[in-house]
Structures are given as structure tokens and as C-alpha cells.
Design a protein around this ligand. Structure first.
Ligand code: LHQ
Length: 258
């Protein structure tokens, strides 16, 4: 079986990290395959929402530590510049909404791949661990960038240094994730959210994502200027026209994604 699976249904692409016996820990092959599948999601216009989840009981335990001591291991430089950084960049720059559906433990790079998604939901039995400090490393895969912005400096600092496990309910309370969902209805709730997003104005969502990406680093003036430019692009879409018409005609809109 491939180490990452892709299935496409009704505009929703589901990417499943698939090394369940290793808690979906990443080796080089898996990291490169995930990048290819994210590229496929970008190129396929029929895909209008992407869900990333894990097979079995974990989301991902991060880097496969066994790979580091196997024959001919990838170098540290390769692991970041060829594995994790391109994954994070692809998720942030994908012009479609990405949901991380965290079905179990998310540790190390596995946690930070989840946390860079546009919407992070987790089942009540899931947890998040910045496991890096326990093996002498620093949080990578955007951890030192996203975590303080999500939960504030102090909590991010404590979690990065201590490597404490945060259960999904607490992750929701501290703003690390959007929602902690009941285990029994988790998959159904994720599909419902993904299906909703796949029927929304995809181009408008992509432009929203672009504006949010920039807001981390832009000044107030620059961000207002960017909103001006992006809103003009949004207003040129057929979906904007359809949205206004549908409202005025008191009917449901039929968005095409462009
Ligand atoms: C694993 C792993 C794993 C291999 C569980 N690898 N086998 C960037 C730069 C370069 C180098 C390093 O990495 C990075 C990025 C990173 O991601 S660094 C952080 C790497 N990840 C970790 O340090 C987490 C290690 N795993 C754990 O702490 C625990 O396994 C967690 C808390 C995730 C889950 O605990 P349990 O539910 O108690 O499961 P377990 O520990 O019993 O693991 C089950 C199996 O999975 C076990 O194998 P076995 O053959 O004994 O059944 C583990 O060895 C294996 N496994 N994580 N990362």
C-alpha cells in the first residue's frame, strides 16, 4: 500500500497518511509522496477542498526516527528543505481550503503539519505534542511560526520547551485548533464541513487564504492595500455574481469555484 492515499469524491480530496503500524511517522518516500499529492490537488480544478487525516489510531508521530539511523539516511538539511518545508509551503499556498482532520496523536512534524492547515479539527481522543525538545531538537515544520500566533507566546514557549501533550479539548480551549469533535461522529462531521467548503466560492476562499497568509507579517496599511487588490479580484469572479444574484432572488447559490 502507498504510504499516502488520495481519494476524490464530490470535489473533496481526502489525503490519508498511511503507515499506521508506525503511527504514520514520515520517511522520505512518504514526505515526497505527500508533496506530489498536494500538487495534484492544486492542479485538479475539480478538487475544491482537501482533507488531511491519518490511517489507524494516529494522525502522525512526525519524523520516522528509525529512518535517521538506517542505512543511507537523509541528512538533516534534506529533511527540512526537501521534506517538511515544501509540505508546509504547499499547504499554505494551496488555493483551496485544507482541513486537518486529526484522528489521533499528532507529534513533532506531524503536529505542525496539522496546525498549518486552514481549519484544524480533532477527535476527542486526539492530542498534540511538540515532541522535539525531548530528543534535543527545535520545533520545525513551521512550529515556531504558527504556534505563538495560534496560542500566544507564553503557551507556545511552554509547550515547545516542555513537550507536554495537549489533549484535543484543551487544544480547542487555547485556540490551537478550531474544534474538538465527538469521536462517534468525527468522520461524518469532517465530511460535512469538507462538502460545505467544496461547494463554496473556491476562488474567493483562495483569496481569503492569501490575505490571511500575509496578515502575519504585513503592516496595517499594507494589509488594507492587499485587501483592496484581492477584493477586486474576488469581485471579478462568476461566483461573486452568482452569490449576489442568488441572494436577491432568494434561492440557493450554485457556485462553480471561479
Ligand atoms: C515511531 C515513531 C516515530 C518511528 C512512534 N518514528 N517509530 C525534523 C528534523 C530531523 C530529524 C528529526 O525529526 C524532525 C521532525 C520531527 O518530527 S522530530 C519529532 C519526532 N517524533 C517524536 O519524537 C515522537 C515519537 N513518538 C512518541 O513520542 C510516541 O510514539 C507517541 C507519543 C507519538 C505515541 O505514543 P504511544 O501511543 O504510546 O505509541 P508508541 O510509543 O507505543 O508507538 C507505537 C509504535 O510506533 C512503536 O513501535 P513498536 O514497534 O514498538 O510497536 C513506536 O516505536 C512507533 N513510533 N513514533 N516518530
Amino acid at each position: 500500500m502507498p504510504s499516502v492515499l488520495l481519494s476524490i469524491t464530490d470535489g473533496v480530496a481526502t489525503i490519508t497518511l498511511n503507515r499506521p503500524d508506525k503511527l504514520n511517522a514520515f520517511n522520505r518516500e512518504m514526505a515526497l509522496l505527500l508533496q506530489n499529492l498536494l500538487d495534484q490537488c492544486k492542479q485538479d480544478a475539480a478538487i475544491r477542498c482537501v482533507v488531511i487525516t491519518g490511517a489507524g489510531k494516529a494522525f502522525s508521530a512526525g519524523q520516522d526516527l528509525a529512518e535517521l539511523v538506517a542505512d543511507n539516511p537523509p541528512s538533516m538539511q534534506q529533511i527540512l528543505s526537501e521534506h517538511y518545508n515544501p509540505i508546509i509551503t504547499r499547504i499554505r499556498e494551496l488555493p483551496k481550503p485544507v482541513i486537518a482532520a486529526v484522528n489521533g496523536v499528532a507529534a513533532g512534524a506531524g503536529a505542525n503539519i496539522a496546525l498549518c492547515a486552514d481549519i484544524v479539527v480533532a477527535t476527542e481522543t486526539a492530542s498534540f505534542i511538540q515532541a522535539f525538545s525531548k530528543i534535543g531538537l527545535i520545533p520545525d515544520s513551521g512550529g515556531t511560526y504558527f504556534l505563538p500566533r495560534l496560542i500566544g507566546w507564553q503557551k507556545a514557549s511552554a509547550l515547545a520547551l516542555l513537550g507536554d501533550k495537549v489533549i484535543a479539548a484543551d487544544a480547542e480551549k487555547m485556540g490551537m485548533i478550531y474544534q474538538c469533535l465527538a469521536a462517534a461522529s468525527f468522520e461524518m462531521a469532517v465530511q460535512k464541513m469538507a462538502s460545505q467548503l467544496a461547494q463554496m466560492p473556491t476562488k474567493g476562499l483562495a483569496l481569503t487564504k492569501q490575505a490571511l497568509n500575509a496578515s502575519f507579517t504585513n503592516t496595517y496599511d499594507a494589509q488594507l492595500a492587499m485587501e483592496d487588490v484581492l477584493q477586486q479580484q474576488a469581485a471579478k469572479t462568476q461566483d461573486y455574481n452568482e452569490g449576489v444574484q442568488a441572494f436577491l432572488e432568494k434561492r440557493l447559490p450554485n457556485f462553480k469555484g471561479y
